[in-house]
Design a protein around this ligand. Structure first.
Ligand SMILES: *Cc1c(COP(=O)(O)O)cnc(C)c1O
Length: 360
């Protein structure tokens, strides 16, 4: 039964394992692992950067980017909910001596341009030196549009700041936006990156590789990044074993992200229909879904009962508690990915209907 906890749970396919088995290998700290060089080159060309660097995780590629852009005492403008600020153990402050300047997100997942502008500090000994703007796309499954991405890049340039994209799920954004712009997902991803100094992408999420992320930027930036990766312990040796999977993922698994988006929509529509029925009536809130991540909200007790019921049927998902002025509720997160089929969604909706019509 499906595992909705995250798109990180995907297992390498047989064809991906074949690519790993046959990978040509060298030593990536000596910069001569041919498969890793091929992956870095392939990604850099696709996204329009000079160079790329493979690292074990997206947390590390983000930290490497922050430490390559910023010196001790510099400041990075981030969102309150950005992964770089909230979900990476405070690494930029702990390991980089970089001060985060968090800003509240708007409902659509963006930072207001005026808020960014207002957060930029003048050159004054009282203040940290504002150096970098970080943008995340997608954020909580929401897509930041091309026009917004361009505005932030222009704002950074006008203020002499660097800008970085945490694009762990950049290809989900690209697949969602591509039809509107009549571009391929790859060309769309490249357009989203244009004007940015660096981007980090995850190979181990919806793209389906078992391990790894890439950082992309100018040749000079990637040279500095290589030193920081070594310092952080991210220099690995026969990385071709895993980068073969990453290369396979970029070559085969981008377009199919559209299936995950369609599955998330199917699940949302089914849940929306159930929200009028039985135990869910008037209780279940289904948030709008743009890519592969769906959120639903239920009052605490009902959410606990549902999670217990789903766990009995081996359906896994994550949930966290929230509160507003009038009530406490649980927000459940359903992440669709390459190991969840349309059939899994239909089965899950059958289970949800059974729960809706069961005795409390
Ligand atoms: C998953 C994720 C990362 C990196 O996560 P790792 O587990 O360290 O690879 C970074 N940013 C965002 C937005 C993510 O979702």
């Amino acid at each position: 039964m499906p595992d909705f906890r995250s798109d990180t749970v995907t297992r390498p396919s047989h064809a991906m394992k074949e690519a790993m088995f046959h990978a040509a290998l060298g030593d990536d700290v000596f910069n001569d692992d041919p498969t890793t060089l091929a992956l870095q080159d392939y990604a850099a060309k696709m996204l329009g950067f000079d160079a790329a660097l493979f690292a074990p995780s997206g947390t590390q590629t983000n930290l490497i980017a922050l430490m390559s852009h910023c010196q001790r005492g510099d400041e990075a403008i981030v969102g309150q909910q950005w992964h770089t600020y909230k979900w990476e153990g405070g690494g930029m402050a702990v390991l980089g001596s970089i001060q985060p300047q968090p800003l509240a997100l708007q409902d659509n997942g963006t930072l207001a341009l005026q808020d960014i502008q207002d957060a930029i500090k003048p050159d004054d000994p009282h203040f940290a030196r504002t150096r970098l703007i970080v943008i995340e796309n997608t954020v909580g499954g929401k897509v930041l549009p091309l026009s917004y991405m361009q505005q932030v890049a222009a704002l950074a340039k006008a203020n002499n700041l660097q800008c970085h994209i945490d694009g762990a799920r950049l290809f989900n954004a690209a697949v969602a936006l591509a039809p509107n712009h009549q571009l391929s997902p790859q060309a769309m991803a490249r357009a989203l990156c244009q004007g940015y100094d660096s981007v980090s992408i995850c190979l181990s999420k919806g793209l389906g590789a078992p391990v790894g992320s890439l950082l992309l930027g100018s040749a000079d930036f990637i040279q500095r990044a290589r030193r920081i990766r070594k310092m952080l312990g991210g220099g690995m040796r026969q990385t071709g074993v895993i980068t073969a999977a990453g290369l396979y993922a970029l070559q085969h698994n981008i377009e199919r992200l559209a299936e995950d988006h369609a599955n998330a929509r199917l699940l949302a529509e089914g849940l929306q229909a159930l929200s009028q029925q039985g135990r869910f009536a008037g209780q279940l809130r289904v948030l709008p879904v743009q890519t592969n991540i769906l959120f639903t909200e239920l009052p605490l007790a009902l959410a606990d009962a549902l999670q217990h019921f789903l766990a009995q049927h081996q359906v896994q998902l994550t949930a966290s508690n929230y509160a507003n002025a009038s009530s406490q509720f649980k927000r459940m997160r359903w992440v669709c990915h390459l190991d969840i089929s349309r059939g899994d969604i239909e089965q899950t909706l059958d289970l949800l209907a059974r729960f809706a019509h069961s005795e409390a």
